[in-house]
Write a new protein. Sequence first.
Length: 255
Amino acid sequence: MELEFRNWLFVFARAGGFFAVLPPFASSNLPRQLRVGLGALMAFVIAPVIAGPSVLPSTLTGWIGMLAVEVIVGLTLGFLARMVFYAADFAGRLIANEMGLSMARTMNPMLGEQTDAPGLILFYFTMVMMLTLDLHHWLIAGFHRTCELLPPGGVAANPALLDHMVNHTRNIFVIGTQMAAPVIASAFIIMLLFSVLGRLVPQMNSFVESFGVRVLAGLAVFGLSIEIMAQHLLNYLRRLPEDMMLVATYLAGGG
């Protein structure tokens, strides 16, 4: 019973860090009590079926340090899962810049910060995809698996973890650029056409005249290419449970 309580405490600390940064659980609209309850419930389910720490700290400082390590592990796993939302937001910023809507910012109630309208649409689109395809269940199952691969007190980080996280951070910009590529291409073609018209008709202000066309064309291309964007997001989301387990393996000193 005492061992299970210790396991519960460590898993609860890890789950708390995980839910603290993972949308939609990290939403400012979601009561903190609910996040704490989810973390406690997950720890109650997982703690009895995983191995406990091989060595327990003998001082209060050691216990605090061990719990802090578990929170950092949870934050790392949650940050890895949250990267797909950063990719969607980055794509939205690129699209807004190309459409000339970068000044039309709105509040994202989930994050509690200002964002571009296309970025807000893609943020909600990513969240809806994750929930409707039950990928949040797979993330929770992946978290359970990480607790088996990396039991409490088993952190011995592999240097390859840093390279892995850097590669995932790079993928934010790669995926975001791929998602925004159709709108970027359409904006480039429109600017090229209006540049030619500006040379043919010097009296015409090509920049002002092209603004409305860029917005309309950008919205049309954005709507037509939403399926392509969804495929990029889905490819990333499907890899998340395996990526979480790989990060847990690196944290355990393997790899």
